[in-house]
Design a protein around this ligand. Structure first.
Ligand code: CDP
Length: 248
């Protein structure tokens, strides 16, 4: 990795427009999705996305714990995003910190807007996301893994939810930021959408973008989500073509 100046900031964009890992601005890191990666869960998926490694497991619809959260007319979606202590460069303190709580909340809400919750009153659909290795974009990788896991569990939904982060790096709008781009870039904008309608169900932003840049970033993100969606469908197709003798 090339560096400039005393602060050791990496060169994020080469003079011929290549990013730190050689990608063009509209390229996604390699993605591998395994649907049904665990035997015990009702549904599961493992996602490797660049250097991210994320496992998702889904249980339910099942009894609600704690009981007072139960809703009489619909299922609730409870999501827990967790980063393993060994998932990052400097050991992360185990347990739910504010960041994990925020990510759990936004992912849970994204799923609540696509799951047919009225079909399962007084139940809970529990989604567990475990980040084993992190390299930026883990909430998107987690959401993608969880979405495939929900489908694998047979939970009825409007559609799968692809997700990707877009951002601004060295003045350029780019797709799917990796760690250095996330750390030293100007903006990071994770998003998830319903592919058929284009409806956004998760949109967050850190940093600054002009109105024009935001429009460009959203277009690029939609394009990226469509690419991720195709990979999610392919993973499920592979799983069900193989039957129960699949990856787990
Ligand atoms: O992972 P995501 O991009 O969704 O969330 P973020 O809060 O923007 O974090 C970006 C990246 O910073 C993570 O993917 C990790 O690689 C890293 N990180 C870390 O090293 N230690 C933490 N406690 C949290 C994040």
């Amino acid at each position: 990795m090339g560096t400039v100046g005393a602060k050791d900031v990496p060169v994020l964009m080469s003079p011929d427009g290549l990013r730190i890992d050689g990608r063009r601005e509209d390229e996604i890191r390699p993605i591998r999705i395994v649907a049904g990666a665990l035997r015990q869960a009702d549904g599961s998926a493992f996602v490797e996305w660049g250097h991210n490694k994320v496992m998702a497991a889904v249980y339910g619809p099942r009894e609600v714990h704690p009981r007072h959260l139960q809703e009489n007319h619909k299922a609730i979606v409870q999501c827990r995003y967790n980063m393993a202590a060994f998932s990052v460069d400097e050991r992360k303190r185990p347990g739910l910190d504010r960041r994990s709580q925020e990510i759990s909340k936004v992912i849970g809400e994204a799923f609540e807007s696509v799951v047919f919750a009225e079909e399962f009153p007084r139940t809970s659909i529990d989604v567990y996301i475990e980040v084993l290795q992190a390299n930026a974009g883990t909430r998107c990788a987690g959401l993608v893994a969880a979405s495939v896991a929900l489908a694998d569990a047979g939970i009825p939904m409007v559609d799968l939810l692809p997700a990707v982060a877009v951002g601004k790096v060295a003045g350029e709008i780019v797709l799917d930021l990796k760690k250095e781009e996330d750390n030293y870039g100007e903006a990071d904008l994770p998003m998830a959408l319903v592919p058929q309608s284009g409806r956004l169900v998760l949109l967050q932003m850190e940093g600054h973008l002009t109105r024009e840049e935001l429009a460009k970033a959203l277009d690029l993100g939609v394009q990226g989500c469509r690419e991720v969606h195709a990979k999610m469908k392919e993973a499920l197709r592979t799983r069900y073509a193989e039957g129960d003798g699949g990856a787990a």
